[in-house]
Design a protein. Structure first.
Length: 278
């Protein structure tokens, strides 16, 4: 019997409009009423993850920033794993022309890129995966623009870094260099980015800790995702692991099953088929 459903957000739980559909929300409520719990596993920070959940009055815990922080439904941290400043500096030594860097921290999202570089990245499509069809001004408002010296001033806890570039070869060079160091976890949620956390901060590791703290066995979990940053949970020996029909090929090869696309309410379909009593 499945006692916990763990779902990614973007490209998975959220539709193409960036929202949770009425059908999916109703299915989650039915599932929880039947005794099965629900947790979100996302690359987003807590506040960005909460917004679409609150729109549908879904109150749940959140594994955020690819597992670097686990928050309860009120936002209190259950677990967290930062990047050290030495790790952040090591990533910055890999920078090449045209790259953008942003950081998810205890004080929200910050960037050491300039506004002009950010705008250029938006116009060139580097930021489009996170933009979701919204304006540059809205994207800009989500970030605090700081200097590199401010980044290392000592007050920020840095949980996740993103490196963005149009040049896939440049991103591959960064990936290869960082993966020589076992203290890093390097994944991607789109062809224009790399997402970097401490190797102890991954969705799969966080999901295991979360399940253990709730007395839930691996065989009692269903996990669903769509991209490389979901791989660490999709490769676990869970009751069910599912990739979205719209997902990356890597996710589809890793998961044991496949559900419908996010445009077809694939999470709801998986829950209706595999979790809810018939």
């Amino acid at each position: 019997m499945i006692r916990l459903v763990a779902s990614d957000m973007d490209g998975t739980l959220l539709g193409q409009d960036g929202r949770i559909s009425d059908r999916t929300a109703q299915t989650i409520r039915q599932m929880r009423a039947s005794g099965c719990e629900f947790v979100v596993c996302t690359g987003r920070g807590y506040e960005d993850a909460r917004r679409p959940l609150e729109e549908q009055a879904i109150d749940c815990d959140v594994i955020c920033m690819n597992g670097a922080k686990v928050c309860d439904r009120t936002g209190n941290a259950i677990f967290k794993q930062e990047l050290s400043y030495e790790q952040v500096r090591a990533v910055l030594t890999c920078r090449e022309a045209g790259m953008l860097f942003d950081f998810m921290t205890n004080e929200g999202s910050v960037t050491i890129s300039t506004r002009e570089e950010f705008r250029r990245g938006f116009e060139e499509g580097i930021l489009l995966p996170m933009a979701g069809g919204i304006s540059f001004e809205i994207i800009e408002s989500k970030f605090r623009f700081i200097s590199e010296s401010e980044l290392f001033a000592g007050d920020l806890e840095i949980f996740k870094m993103s490196v963005m570039s149009r040049e896939e070869d440049a991103l591959m060079r960064v990936r290869k260099k960082l993966l020589k160091d076992p203290s890093f976890a390097v994944v991607s949620s789109d062809e224009t980015n790399l997402e970097i956390t401490n190797s102890s901060a991954q969705k799969g590791i966080a999901l295991l800790k979360y399940a253990q703290s709730h007395g839930i066995q691996l065989r009692e979990i269903l996990a669903v995702g769509d991209s490389e940053n979901d791989r660490s949970m999709l490769e676990l020996p869970l009751g069910y692991t599912l990739a979205m029909a719209n997902g990356m090929e890597l996710a589809k090869k890793t998961a044991r099953c496949q559900t419908r696309s996010n445009a077809e309410d694939g999470v709801a379909y998986a829950i209706e088929t595999l979790v809810l009593p018939s």
